[in-house]
Design a protein around this ligand. Structure first.
Ligand SMILES: [Zn+2]
Length: 282
């Protein structure tokens, strides 16, 4: 395994790779959004969920997301805050925009496990994005009785504004327009996840992008991808780099940047705050 050597030398190498690559495939995980200011514990948790923390003892926003709340009114009071502050509110400290500055004139494609919509907010072309795990801004039938997703912005904003005593008004609780069962988040948590038409098209575009650049000088730029779901981004990036002698793999990850021996000669590993690294690159 290869770990960071000289920090500034690695930054210079990455800068050169970004400039000279025929194409850049960005793979982004939770660490990128953390660097952008989307923290799910500490101050932000206290600020928006103090009542839920007191009642249930949650230590971060994720744990509340899968809690079996006693009523749908309470469940949606929780989720509407969660969605609002992580999807609709402006939090980004410029991290995503800096990344966009770096690649906007290149032939790029993004694959991400993040569900917070920040790539599009920063200006990335939505036809060059594949959100594999869903989107906070979408609902689906919880069953699901059909493979379609629904934009939730209007209802979530109303829930956020009108909730009282940890409950949303009952008339705002969403139900499937087809079967009447409760709606749920379009997030991949189990096998009920709906892969709608947009999801399939994005997946096809990603495959097609990889096919079109096969054998060329591709930079696989991985940002903040941990070991929770390595089969979506990290392992495929390693394999594709190994299979293409012209490809280069770059891994930016605070404390966890490494590459396997087989591709270490063509790897750039930077163990640092992603925001600072992107600032240094721009
Ligand atoms: Zn349904």
């Amino acid at each position: 395994m290869k770990f960071t050597k000289d920090y500034s030398a690695e930054i210079d190498r990455l800068k050169k790779e970004i400039q000279t690559a025929d194409a850049i495939v960005i793979g982004a995980g939770a660490g990128l959004s953390t660097a952008a200011g989307f923290t799910y514990s500490g101050e932000r948790l206290q600020k928006y969920f103090a009542d839920f923390v007191e009642k249930y003892g949650f230590h971060d926003m994720y744990s509340g997301g899968f809690y079996p709340f006693p009523t749908p009114e309470e469940q949606w009071a929780y989720w509407s805050r969660y969605i609002y502050i992580n999807r609709y509110m402006d939090v980004d400290n410029g991290t995503y925009k800096r990344l966009f500055e770096l690649v906007k004139d290149k032939d790029y494609f993004v694959i991400t496990t993040n569900v917070d919509h920040q790539f599009q907010k920063a200006g990335f072309d939505k036809h060059r994005l594949f959100y594999t795990q869903g989107d906070y801004g979408l609902w689906q039938c919880s069953e699901p009785c059909h493979q379609k997703t629904y934009d939730n912005e209007e209802t979530v904003r109303a829930m956020f504004e009108t909730q009282k005593d940890m409950r949303v008004p009952s008339e705002l609780v969403p139900h499937c327009p087809v079967c009447g069962k409760p709606m749920s988040m379009n997030l991949r948590a189990d096998d009920t996840f709906v892969e709608d038409e947009g999801w399939h098209r994005a997946g096809e575009r990603y495959d097609e992008f990889l096919r079109r650049h096969d054998g060329l000088h591709i930079l696989f730029l991985e940002l903040g991808v941990g070991m929770n779901t390595p089969v979506i981004i990290k392992y495929p990036f390693w394999k594709m780099t190994y299979a293409n002698p012209k490809a280069v793999y770059a891994c930016l990850n605070f404390g966890e940047a490494y590459a396997p021996d087989e591709i270490s000669e063509r790897s750039i590993c930077i163990n640092g705050d992603i925001r600072e690294v992107l600032n240094a690159l721009v």
